[in-house]
Design a protein around this ligand. Structure first.
Ligand code: NAD
Length: 296
């Protein structure tokens, strides 16, 4: 069992830290929010007063923070947890952040002789609670092998995506593809409606024909064909459009930095931005069908 510092105990980090405690690890927790700290303490974690304190005297540090700026601030700037850590500490950052920050922090760690992996997750709060997250890990082989048994306490699929930053790269490429396929699926259903083609019929045909994709068969944006999909509960998430938009913006930042053309990714980003402008970003991302139909 390991001594683990955990920084960022929000909607995702809170239940992830709980699963580490359940697995028998010692968890030293830090968050800026007293409520988040109190919950972790109630579940058996030790409380740290600063991020640096959470990162010292432990073998592993896991962070789960909102965005790249927070990760930079905790790792490199204000809190400088890389300076506070003992030699040999393994760092796992599971936040969803930009590839450049992930690589910069990974490089700063290796310059200090420390091992770091970026390990963003797919799966929402329910998967964090159930310990069934998917982790996409970027970093050296040795970092991945060290991180894997820890990540297995919080998730069920652990992928090594390649070198530093590649966990983030895998996450944004996957989610950009998902957004594009969702928009395409919505367009097909709206066109079918206008052509007098029944949604259920289109589903039956396309799900066994070449239009088949996850957005259609697991997450169908019209109610009926897939009973568990958010479309059957007024598009309550699920995976909120706001979170999809965050990942799409990261994909466009990354595309610009390496001069990759992602015209459909750019279009999907604009469409989800319109959903945000309409104040509907709290809906599930399949709710984009309302925008396509002209209902927003
Ligand atoms: P959240 O806002 O609920 O939690 C973030 C926590 O970080 C908060 O408790 C906040 O107080 C804390 N924090 C911020 N700055 C800090 C600092 N300097 N030091 C210590 N703590 C600090 O967010 P979340 O939903 O838990 O998401 C965390 C990350 O996981 C994000 O990058 C998000 O994109 C990603 N993610 C979320 C989901 C989801 O469904 N919520 C799914 C996949 C990935």
């Amino acid at each position: 069992m390991a001594r683990i510092g955990f920084i960022g105990l929000g909607n995702m980090g809170g239940p992830m830290a709980l699963n580490l405690l359940k697995a028998g690890h010692d968890v030293k927790a830090f968050d800026l929010s007293p409520d988040a700290i109190a919950k972790a303490k109630g579940a058996g974690a030790t409380v740290a007063k600063t991020a640096a304190e959470a990162a010292s005297g432990v073998e592993v540090v896991v962070s789960m923070l909102p965005a790249g700026a927070h990760v930079r601030s905790v790792y490199l700037e204000g809190d400088k947890i890389l300076d506070a850590a003992d030699a040999g500490t393994l760092f796992i950052d599971s936040s969803t952040i930009d590839v450049d920050t992930a690589r910069a922090v990974g490089e700063a760690a290796s310059a200090k002789g420390l091992t770091m992996v970026d390990a963003p997750v797919s799966g929402g709060v329910m998967a964090a609670e159930a310990g069934t997250l998917t982790f996409m890990v970027g970093g050296a082989d040795e970092g991945f092998e060290q991180a894997k048994p820890i990540l297995e306490n919080m998730g069920k699929n652990i992928f090594h995506a390649g070198g530093p930053g590649n966990g983030q790269a895998a996450k944004i490429c996957n989610n950009m593809l998902l957004a594009i396929s969702m928009v395409g699926t919505c367009e097909a259903f709206v066109l079918a409606e206008k052509l007098g083609l029944d949604s259920q019929k289109l589903f039956e045909i396309s799900s066994t024909a070449s239009g088949q994709c996850w957005s259609l068969t697991s997450y169908c944006p019209v109610p009926g064909p897939v009973p568990a999909a958010p479309s059957n509960r007024d598009y309550q998430p699920g995976f909120a459009a706001a979170m999809m938009l965050k990942d799409l913006r990261l994909s466009q930042e990354a595309a610009q930095s390496v001069r990759a053309a992602t015209p459909l990714g750019a279009e999907a980003t604009q469409l989800y931005s319109l959903m945000e402008s309409a104040g509907q970003e709290g809906l599930d991302f399949s709710g984009i069908i309302k925008l396509i139909r002209g209902d927003l």
